[in-house]
Design a protein around this ligand. Sequence first.
Ligand SMILES: [Zn+2]
Length: 185
Amino acid sequence: MQRLPGVGPKSAQRLALHILKRPEAEVEALAQALVDAKKQIGLCSVCFHLSADPVCEICRNHNRDNGAICVVADSRDVIALEKTREYKGKYHVLGGVISPIDGIGPEQLTIQALVRRVSQQKTQEVILAISPSIEGETTTLYIGQLLKPFTKVTRIAFGLPVGGDLEYADEVTLARALEGRRELD
Ligand SMILES: [Zn+2]
């Protein structure tokens, strides 16, 4: 249980005790639901956001602007940005940030697919929305350099503390950060 995000030793113990007290059929149903979720949910083949279908709902939505791609580290950031209802373009989920200490280089992320996407379709703007940690900054600058020959590259204006996570920002702060985006130098 402790391997689940946000579950510490105490919560893990509470969950274990709860499960022990439940009827076996109920626990089996819960386990099956987790296995099904794991089997059904994959990554969108275009933007790498979590999706039960080969291409996610956002990528399939023709009412959304194809000319804008918002680049985020994680699927949780897509969900956070969607809550603002401000952004009408598409996304690209990197699957993390560049972090040599953790052995994560550009090859471990979906950066190549992003460059391919941007160079092959008419992209008016790429918006980098990556948390401003040291690794996030490195990732932002790296991708910015790669994409500048193809399109306009902007980054969202963080009113967030350095190291602040996108997913913990409230909707108003995120909407403002998106609105106040500026071109990467
Ligand atoms: Zn998608």
